[in-house]
Design a protein around this ligand. Structure first.
Ligand SMILES: Nc1ncnc2c1ncn2[C@@H]1O[C@H](COP(=O)(O)OP(=O)(O)OP(=O)(O)O)[C@@H](O)[C@H]1O
Ligand SMILES: [Mg+2]
Length: 228
């Protein structure tokens, strides 16, 4: 298994430690290498919370998270930061590109912290930008791009370090139908080719249908295990 989330509980507490909201109750989720998983569920059900735990942006109150069989809980902050940079890529509903940088500079940001020679990073960026139809506009800034172009740029940025797991929170949430299907077909094509696993949070049945496995998060638990 690539990722194993085992019997995880997560609550959010008020300032004085009083529990105000129990979000995940004994939730478990396993993701194989290259597997594409959709998480659906009502607003406020904990989808973003689960994704943040999977990406070590937040930590469970109880339970364990294993990556290739190794527990993440023993790692210090520097270890986790390097793990996130090497192994994961994030795509959010809003692209989160830096407005003062060009598209080319934005997609290179995650590579700045990674080791490896610059030439191969530039070749990788060029290949992905050509493939996603962004090469000719690489010197433009996010303010000069369409919503779909910004989201495609965010996908390239997420993949630049060849992560083994992409975490996408409503990646098509701000796009119209045509751009949404273009984006999800791009994500799945690239992840299939590079055997990148994906967890995609989505409200869209169309997006979920592209995934191998679809789960629904409700009342703190994950249901369903339909092969897509
Ligand atoms: N930092 C926080 N502090 C307190 N409560 C939080 C925090 N983050 C989330 N919550 C609460 O936890 C619950 C789950 O939030 P989460 O963002 O994971 O839901 P979601 O399924 O992603 O919802 P949506 O579909 O609207 O994005 C919500 O009730 C939310 O208000
Ligand atoms: Mg959310």
């Amino acid at each position: 298994m690539l990722l194993e989330i085992k019997n995880v509980c997560k609550s959010y507490k008020s300032l004085y430690g009083r529990t105000i909201r129990e979000v995940l109750r004994n939730t478990s989720l396993s993701v194989r290498e290259g597997e594409k998983v959709a998480i659906t569920g009502p607003s406020g059900s904990g989808k973003t919370t689960l994704l943040n735990l999977a990406g070590t942006l937040d930590f469970p109150d109880q339970g364990e998270i294993l990556y290739r069989g190794n527990t993440l809980s023993g790692m210090d902050m520097a270890g986790l930061a390097s793990f996130r940079n090497r192994e994961t890529g994030f795509v959010f509903q809003s692209h989160h590109l830096l407005p003062q940088l060009t598209l080319w500079e934005n997609v290179l940001i995650p590579s700045l912290a990674a080791r490896g020679d610059r030439k191969s990073v530039y070749d990788r960026a060029e290949g992905l930008l050509r493939e996603t139809g962004l090469w000719d506009i690489r010197h433009q800034k996010p303010g000069e791009l369409s919503g779909g172009e910004c989201q495609r740029t965010a996908v390239v940025r997420a993949l630049i370090n060849r992560p083994s797991l992409v975490l996408a929170d409503e990646p098509t949430g701000s796009l119209d139908g045509k751009n949404a299907s273009m984006l999800i077909s791009l994500l799945t094509r690239l992840s299939d080719r590079e055997r990148t696993a994906m967890i995609v949070v989505t409200h869209s049945a169309d997006v979920a249908a592209w995934m191998d496995t679809v789960y629904k998060l409700q009342d703190g638990c994950l249901y369903g295990d339909q092969e897509g």
